[in-house]
Design a protein around this ligand. Sequence first.
Ligand code: SAM
Ligand code: SF4
Ligand code: SF4
Length: 345
Amino acid sequence: MADRPFPRVLRIEPASQCNLACTHCPTGTVAVPRGLMDAAVFDAVLDEVRRHRDAIKVIVMYHGGEPLLHRRFFDQVQRIRAVHPDARIKTVTNGMALAPAVRAKVIASDLDEIEISLDGLSPAESAHVRANSETSRIVANLLALIDDSARAGRGPRVSLATVQFIRRGDDLVRTLAQGATAPRWITDLFGDAVTYKATFAMRWPHMRVAPEQFDLVQAEGEDLSACDHVENTITVRANGVVVPCCYDLTSQMPMGNVRTSRLIDIWNGEAYRALRAAIAAKRYPHPCGDCNTVRPHVYLVPKWSLTDIDAPTGAGARGDDASPLQPFSLDEATIASNSALLASK
Ligand SMILES: C[S@@+](CC[C@H](N)C(=O)[O-])C[C@H]1O[C@@H](n2cnc3c(N)ncnc32)[C@H](O)[C@@H]1O
Ligand code: SF4
Ligand code: SF4
C-alpha cells in the first residue's frame, strides 16, 4: 500500500491536565495520568513542523486538557510561528486563566484564533456542566479580551464555542435539523464581537456518562466506513503519544510516540494502517465503536431541570421562541430504552 503524504492538520496538546472537571467531557470524567508537554517532546514536535511545513496548513494547540495551564504556551506558539510563518494556528480554552497578563500575551501572540467555551442555556447551567468553573469570571475575561484587543488594534480572531443540549421533550429529528445555536444569554453578552460555534453535547468515545446527570439518546443513522480524522489529522499528546483524533482524549488508540519515532513513520505505520482498514470494514475498534463520526450519533440529555440550577427558563432562553419545542417524541420511554440499549453494549 502506498504511503500517505503528511496530513494537513497537526494537533499539539500543551497540557493534558485541566483545572475543570466538566461532566460532558472525557477529561472531566475519566481518571488517567495527565501532565504538561516537556521540552523534549515539544522540540521533537517543532522539528516535525519544520520538516513538514509544506504539508501542514493548520496547527491546533489543544486536545484533552486546558492549554493555558502550560506556562510556556505562548513561547510554544511563537516558536511554531517562527518555523511555519504560513500555518493557521488556533487554540481552545475554558477561559478561566485569561487574567490581564495572559490576555496581553494572547493579543501580542502569533495565534490566528482563540476559542473560549461556555455552555448551556444560562450562566448557572454553564457552571453546572463545567464543574469548578466560574461563569462570571470567564465572561469578564472574555469581555476584557475583546476590549483590550480592540484598543490594541490587534489580536487573534475570538470565537465562542458553546455546547448545548438535546432536552427531554425535544423532537429529536427537528431539533437536529435546526442545529445548535448560541443561546440568548451568550449572544446578548457578546453580540457580534465573537464568532459563535454551537454544537450539541454528544456522548464522546470513552467518557463516563454519570447516570445521575444524563440520559442518552441515539439519532437515526448508518454506520460509516470513512473517518476524515485518520486521513487528514495527526495529534501529539502532552506526553508525546500520538492519537488519531480529537475524540481520543484518554489515549485509547496510541499510534506511536514522537519521542522515539518520526511522525511520518507513525502516520504510515502498522497501527494507523490497521485502524484505517478496520474503519473501512466497519469493524470499529474501541473506542471508535462509540464515536459519532462513524456511528449513529448519541447525545447527552440532561436529567437536571433548569429551575433546579437556578436558570432563567422559558422559550426565549433558547433563543428561538418563534419555534416552540414540539411534538414530544423524545419521551421517557424512548430515552429509557435508548439508555438501556447503550448500557448493554
Ligand atoms: C475538550 S475541550 C479542550 C479545551 C478547553 N479545555 C475547553 O474546555 O475549551 C474542547 C471543547 O470540547 C467541548 N466538549 C467537551 N465535551 C463535549 C461533548 N460531550 N460534546 C461536545 N463538545 C464537548 C468543550 O466544551 C470544548 O469547547
Ligand atoms: S471541556 Fe475542557 S475544561 Fe472541561 S474538562 Fe474537558 S478539557 Fe477540561
Ligand atoms: S472513528 Fe475512531 S478515529 Fe475516527 S474520529 Fe471516531 S474515534 Fe477517532
